[in-house]
Design a protein around this ligand. Sequence first.
Ligand SMILES: Cc1cc2nc3c(=O)[nH]c(=O)nc-3n(C[C@H](O)[C@H](O)[C@H](O)COP(=O)(O)OP(=O)(O)OC[C@H]3O[C@@H](n4cnc5c(N)ncnc54)[C@H](O)[C@@H]3O)c2cc1C
Ligand code: SF4
Length: 505
Amino acid sequence: MTILAHEDYEADQTFETDVVIVGTGAGGGAAGATLAEAGYRVMFIEEGGYHPTSSFSAYTTESVPRLYRDASATMIVGRAPIPYVEGRCVGGSTVINGGMAYRPPERVLADWERITGSAELGVEGLDAAFSEVERRISANFQSELSIGEDSRIMEAGAKKMGWHYTTNRRNQSACVGANNCSLGCPTGAKQSTLVTYLPRAFERGAVCLTEVRVEKLLIEGGRAVGVVGRAINPRTRRADRTVRVRARAVIIACGAVQTPLLLARHGLGKPSGQLGKNFLCHPNAKVLAVYPQKVDGWKGVSQNTQIREFHEDGILMAENFVAPGVLAAYLPFHGERAWELMSRYENMVLSGVLVEDSSSGSVSRTLLGMPLVRYELTALDHQRFKRGVKLLAQMHFELGAERVILPFTNQHEALGPDDLERIDTLQTDVNTLELFTVHLMGTARMGARREGSVVNLNGELWDLPGCYVADASLFPTAIGVNPQVTIMALATRVAERLQLHAKAA
Ligand SMILES: Cc1cc2nc3c(=O)[nH]c(=O)nc-3n(C[C@H](O)[C@H](O)[C@H](O)COP(=O)(O)OP(=O)(O)OC[C@H]3O[C@@H](n4cnc5c(N)ncnc54)[C@H](O)[C@@H]3O)c2cc1C
Ligand code: SF4
C-alpha cells in the first residue's frame, strides 16, 4: 500500500528505506519524485492527512481545519503582527496555493550567484531546473474562458494608469476557473504536488506515511540515519504511536517555519548561527474595492494579472478573490457594517500589495516546542506599503469604484481619491498596518561557506552529514515573486546532488 494513515501503524513501528523525506509540499514532492524516478526507495512522512481531489469542497469551515496548519490560526510576532498560513496535508501548501508559476527575476538570481559565489544558483545555472519544473507542473497561460472579471478589471486598471503588467502563468491543466484554489482544486486542474510529483513517485514505489509528525532526527556516528515521529490521531489530534524510519539519507522539507524548528531540536546550524535566521515572508496588504456593477469575483480564476510597474521598487500588485467566509473573517467591521459590506460580495475586487522584504526575521523554538516567528518591518517597507496601497486604491477609483477598504487599523475606508491623501499623514507607524502572508522562506539558507549558511550548495547541513534540506528554507534572499517554482527547482537540484553523492560514496 502506498499511503498509510494513523490507523495503519502499530504502537511502535520501524520502517526502512533509502531516502526518507519529511514533508510532501513543493520541496518534498519535487525531491521525492526525482529520487524515486532515479531508482531510490523513497519514503515520505507527512504530518497532515491524505485528501484526494474528490474530497475538496468550497466549504471554508470544513476545508480550512483539514488542509491548513492549526486551521490557519498562525501568527508572526512583531510591531505589525502578520498572520500567516501554510498547508498541512499531503501536497503541503501547493494544495491550497493560488497556482502562480513564476521564475524569480534575473536580478535576484544574479544576487544569489554573487552571494553564494556559485554560478550554479545563477540565471544560467538554474535554467534547466526551472524548465524541468515548469514542464512537470504544466506552467502555462489560462484559457480565455477561465479568466474572472476581477482579473479583467485589474488588467483594465493597469492599462488606464499606463502601468506595466504581466499575464500570469499558472500550474494548471484545463483549469475551468472554479476559483477554489485556496481550499483545494476540485477538478484536479491545479498541478499541485498532490497530482503531479507525488503520484509519479508512488508509481515508482514510493510510500507516504501520513498523519505522522516528525519530532527528532536519528543520528548515529555523527551522521543522520533516519527520523522519529509520532502518529497523530486525526480525530483527537493526540500523538499516540511512535513511528521510526531508518534511511541512508534524510531530507527535511517541512517549510521555512517547521524545518528550522526540527533542526534546532538537535542544536544544528552551529557553524554559522544562521539556522532560523533570515526569515523572509513577502508581507501582503489587502485593498478591497467595491464597484457599482456586478463583478462576481468567484467566477473565473483570480490572479490572472500581476501589475509589475513598481516591481523594481519592491512592490507587486495582484487580485486574489477568496471565499466569503475567509473574506468576512478578515474584514475590519462587525455587526451591521460587516453584514452590509458582505452583501456587496458580488461587486468586490479583492486586490493586494506584496512587498519584497528589505529585512528578515527569525524562527525559534519556544520551551513548549512551538515556533516563535518574529519579523519587524523596516521604514522602507512601510513606505512601500503606503505607496502601493495608495496607488492601487487610486487605480480602483479611476475605474469607478465606490469605496475602497484599506489595510490600516486607523483608516479603514476611502470613499474617494481625496481620502487617500490622508494616508501620508495618518500612517506614521508600522503598527497600524494590517498584513498577512503566504510566502515563508529563508531559514536554513544555502551557501558556499559554512560561516554564512546552514546547508552547502548540495543542500546538506554543514554540521550533519546525510541530512539535507529541500524546501523554501534554502532561499538566500527573498525573490519578490511567488516562490513555488523556485522551491521545486532547488529541491530537484538537491535530489540530483544527493544521487551524485550516493554514487561517489
Ligand atoms: C494560500 C497560499 C497561496 C499561495 N499562492 C502561491 C502561488 O500562487 N504561487 C506560488 O508560487 N506560491 C504560492 N504560495 C506559496 C507556496 O505554496 C509555498 O511557498 C510552497 O508550497 C512552500 O513549499 P515548501 O516545500 O517549503 O513547504 P510546504 O509546501 O508548506 O510543505 C511542507 C509540508 O511539510 C509538512 N510538515 C511540516 N512539519 C512536519 C513535521 N514535523 N513532520 C511531518 N510533516 C511536516 C507540512 O504538513 C507540509 O505538508 C502560496 C501559499 C499559500 C499558503
Ligand atoms: S481556478 Fe478552479 S479549476 Fe482552476 S485551478 Fe483553481 S480551483 Fe482548480
